[in-house]
Design a protein around this ligand. Structure first.
Ligand code: UD1
Length: 433
């Protein structure tokens, strides 16, 4: 199995390039199911979640062609199968987008309940509420979501008020409504950049979606979508993660291929904490030379501070002067990283949805186990800022969402490498036969 070995305590210097957004890619690729013809998708991040979603499309009968490192062509004109394989779907949260896409195109979908990071209860009731309001019968049984439109008809436009602002439900209902008869209105919609990106992708293929990026989205169903080309936006959270890494380890880094507007909430907090952030077109220069200062953070929906930046910012605050408070406003179970941070000497207490962090002078390297994607990234940041050697295991979580994180960090002077070690669980297993 792979571990990451980090010798920390070195400031970071150089240039880093941000890849396409994971959370946009894992919705836009399934959205190709709605299209009659070839979708050329550019700026696709090379991460394991994307590999999985492409594999699922292949299993369904799509023609998937990798044009180069970041461009893929997907042709779903000849889909044979509408049942998504359990072994693949359970590994990825975004497999739920296949329900909206298949239901919209074929009026029927059978998709295993999604997997992904364990961040507490991850219900899909708002997705289902949306499909039902468009005329689908939806049943959750034997670990599957079975959704179908009676009599093989198309979905019809509906009006959906989301009880909870949900990124996944907003995008899924948008997918389902694209080929429905009539107009669908989503109220209390989420506004994240990847929602706008999915709407732009669908519109560029012939859909009629207005209002994405506001809390009311109107989708006029169209008869068909045609093929075309689209480039995915840069990853807000990947960029934020490297910004946090510079703040924690110190140094001076040019972060290229970003949309600075998407990073404003992260920039504002890092500046409060003593970093400098300078905008230069589609790049940001992040510097930190002086001491880090405390701050308070509450995670919420866009344009608020993203929950997916919570553990990374906590890593920085472990080294800030004074006491900081983080309030998690989205997930129930985002604090599993705290136990690992304590091994490095961090002083961090959790009470319900609140973490209280008393900054310390220094962290000291230690072994840590990644428990989810963003927690894993935060452990890398803590390891880079700590004195001595840290070792991070269970890095498959990190590889779900960060393209070539070792190469990118090495390129800005971090001493980090991947090492192969024997899996202790395999060693302990009784010999076969
Ligand atoms: C997406 C992101 C994830 C991010 C999250 C919040 C992807 C693949 N994942 O997850 O990285 O942390 O947005 O920004 O894009 N909820 C319900 N019922 C539902 C749906 C959601 O109660 O039907 C609740 C959830 O339990 C959670 C909150 O709503 O408390 C937000 O969830 P949601 O925005 O749907 O997150 P995801 O789309 O799963």
């Amino acid at each position: 199995m792979t571990k990451y070995l980090i010798h920390g305590g070195r400031p970071l210097h150089g240039t880093i390039h941000i890849s396409g957004a994971k959370n946009a890619a894992v919705a836009i690729i399934p959205a190709a199911l709605l299209v009659d013809g070839v979708c050329r998708i550019e700026n696709v991040p090379q991460i394991s979640d994307v590999t999985l979603i492409l594999q699922i499309l292949r299993e369904l009968g799509a023609d998937v062609r990798l044009v180069n490192r970041t461009t893929v062509e997907v042709d779903c004109s000849h889909i044979r199968n509408r049942q998504v394989p359990y072994e693949l779907a359970r590994k990825i949260r975004a497999s739920y987008y296949l329900v909206g896409a298949l239901l919209s195109r074929f009026g029927w979908a059978e998709v295993p309940l999604p997997g992904g990071c364990d961040l507490g209860g991850r219900p899909v009731d708002q997705h289902i509420k949306g499909f039902v309001s468009m005329g689908a019968d939806v049943e959750v049984r034997n670990g599957l979501i079975d959704a179908r439109v009676p009599n093989g008809a198309r979905l019809s436009g509906g009006q959906v008020y989301l009880d909870i602002v949900s990124v996944g439900a907003t995008m899924n209902i948008m997918l389902a409504a694209t080929l429905a008869n009539g107009m669908t209105i989503i109220e209390n919609a989420a506004k994240e950049p990847h929602i706008v990106d999915l709407a732009n992708f669908l519109n560029s293929m012939g859909a009629d979606i207005r209002g994405a990026g506001t809390d009311v989205i109107k989708i006029h169903g169209v008869a068909r979508l045609r093929g075309g080309s689209y480039s995915i936006i840069p990853d807000q959270i990947e960029a934020g993660t490297y910004m946090a890494a510079v703040a924690a380890a110190g140094g001076d880094v040019l972060i290229r291929n970003v949309i600075p507007k998407h990073l404003e909430c992260i920039t504002a907090k890092l500046v409060e904490m003593g970093a400098e952030v300078e905008e230069e077109g589609d790049s940001l220069i992040v510097r930190r030379h002086g001491p880090l200062q405390r701050t308070n953070i509450k995670t919420m929906f866009y344009p608020g501070f993203p929950t997916d930046m919570h553990p990374q910012i906590a890593a920085v605050l472990c080294l800030a002067r004074g006491t900081s408070v983080i309030t998690e406003g989205v997930w129930d179970n985002r604090y599993r990283y705290t136990e690992e941070f304590r091994r490095l000497g961090a002083r961090i207490q959790v009470d319900g949805k609140i973490a209280i962090i008393e900054g310390v002078e220094k962290l000291t390297g230690a072994p840590m186990e990644a428990c989810d994607l963003r927690a894993g990234a935060a452990m890398i940041i803590a390891g880079l800022a700590a004195q001595g050697t840290s070792e991070i295991s269970n890095v498959k979580h990190i590889e779900r969402g960060y393209e070539d994180i070792i190469g990118k960090l090495s390129g800005i002077g971090a001493d980090i490498r991947a090492v192969e070690v024997p899996d202790p669980e395999q060693k302990a297993a009784p010999a076969a036969g």
